[in-house]
Design a protein around this ligand. Structure first.
Ligand SMILES: Cc1cc2nc3c(=O)[nH]c(=O)nc-3n(C[C@H](O)[C@H](O)[C@H](O)COP(=O)(O)OP(=O)(O)OC[C@H]3O[C@@H](n4cnc5c(N)ncnc54)[C@H](O)[C@@H]3O)c2cc1C
Length: 363
């Protein structure tokens, strides 16, 4: 059985390993356009790779399919599997990292496994098309043609194109008649109508409330980073994920309480609660420390968004992540219309989807 996997990123590599472990006789080939496998994993979690989360899953993804897959292959199962590969866990609350606190360990150990198992890796080859003829997949790259019995598309989404993910496979799928849900940057900083240049680079702890039509629809606390023309920080990235799920993004306001644990602070006390530059900005503009309001304008570019929202419509696949249109074709990871919030949810889904497909490929 010849299995082809397009994309040697998080889900493609983990899938190749799991398929080969379970079916040693299978011939497994990864095709990757970068000069190395797992380039994006290296930059995850600020170079520390937050690969799982043992906390609450409810509301963390835009679609319940992710939750169902993580019911079958629990975060603890992933942690145990990684442990076997020499990626031992360290916990920061519910967030799971490698003990080394280095993404390089994850990349090293998974690459070691690929080599041990004899998985073929074709680097510097970009898939430009595939054809499905007489039950076989003919995959065309810029350099070669490959023939596989089964094909898996693990080519990621559209964010961080500088690391190989520019949505090229989604364009190919669209041309073949697959439904692609509209793409947009997610886990991205947010551009606001208000100019924040004067406090650009400043950070503050805040309770952030997202308002639609004067009603709070989402709330989270954390550190906010002010940018020239917008806001960043994990709490804001999560807001972007939430906003992406809304059908109507008009009239959204983000209201920051920069002193959530204090009540009705007078302007002359602002300096006690926020950095002097922020206090000065608030006072000189006569702004309320408890209600610093921003109007949502847009997300920042894909170049700095951690994931993309949208992708291959889930109406095109069954619960085994198999194409309904083409027999023998499967999908894993971010190429699908599934994205999660910050905290290990996206990698965890990438690995859980790969685990699911590894079972289906063996059947
Ligand atoms: C800065 C940053 C930080 C992040 N931090 C975290 C974190 O800490 N925790 C977390 O859970 N998630 C994090 N994420 C998100 C996570 O990295 C992704 O969701 C995850 O890697 C998706 O896995 P994937 O296998 O679907 O795709 P990817 O890992 O993106 O891999 C897809 C691969 O396919 C290749 N490819 C694409 N097109 C082609 C083609 N035409 N031919 C050949 N190869 C192709 C790409 O080069 C790439 O290597 C972060 C993302 C970024 C950008």
């Amino acid at each position: 059985m010849k299995i082809g996997i397009i994309g040697a990123g998080a889900s493609g590599v983990y899938l190749a390993i799991r398929v080969k472990e379970k079916n040693p006789s299978f011939d497994v080939t990864l095709i990757e356009r970068n000069d190395k496998a797992l380039k994006k994993v290296l930059v995850t979690g600020n170079g520390r790779c937050n690969y799982a989360n043992l906390g609450e899953l409810k509301g963390k993804y835009n679609n319940e399919l992710a939750n169902r897959l993580l019911e079958e292959f629990k975060p603890q199962d992933l942690v145990a599997q990684f442990d076997k590969y020499g990626i031992h866990p360290t916990y920061l609350d519910e967030l799971v990292f490698p003990t080394s606190m280095s993404a390089q360990t994850v990349v090293l150990m998974l690459n070691k496994k690929i080599e041990e198992l004899g998985i073929k890796v074709k680097l510097n080859e970009s898939v430009i098309d595939y054809q499905n003829k007489d039950g076989k997949f003919f995959v065309q790259t810029n350099a070669n043609q490959y023939v596989f019995d089964k094909l898996v598309i693990s080519a990621g989404g559209k964010s961080y194109p500088q690391l190989g993910t520019d949505g090229a496979l989604l364009d190919i799928l669209r041309k073949k008649g697959y439904k692609i849900e509209a793409l947009s940057p997610s886990l991205s900083p947010i551009k606001t109508k208000e100019n924040t240049k004067r406090i650009s680079g400043q950070r503050a702890k805040a309770k952030v409330s997202l308002y639609k039509d004067n009603k709070v629809i989402y709330e989270e606390s954390g550190e906010v980073l002010f940018k020239d023309d917008g806001l960043s920080g994990i709490v804001i990235l999560n807001m972007s994920s939430y906003i992406n799920r809304l059908n109507d993004q008009k009239g959204l306001k983000l209201v920051l309480d920069l002193a959530p644990n204090a009540e009705s602070i007078k302007q002359n006390q602002y300096y006690e609660y926020v950095a002097p530059k922020i206090a000065e900005y608030l006072v000189s503009n006569d702004l309320d420390i408890h209600r610093l309001s921003f109007t949502f304008k847009d997300f920042y570019d894909y170049k700095i968004a951690e994931v993309s929202h949208g992708g291959l419509s889930l109406s095109e696949i069954n619960d085994s992540l198999k194409s309904k249109k083409e027999k023998g074709l499967f999908f894993t990871g971010e190429v699908l219309d599934i994205d999660g919030m910050c905290g290990g949810y996206n990698l965890m889904f990438a690995f859980a989807s790969a685990e699911k497909v590894s079972k289906a490929l063996g059947e």
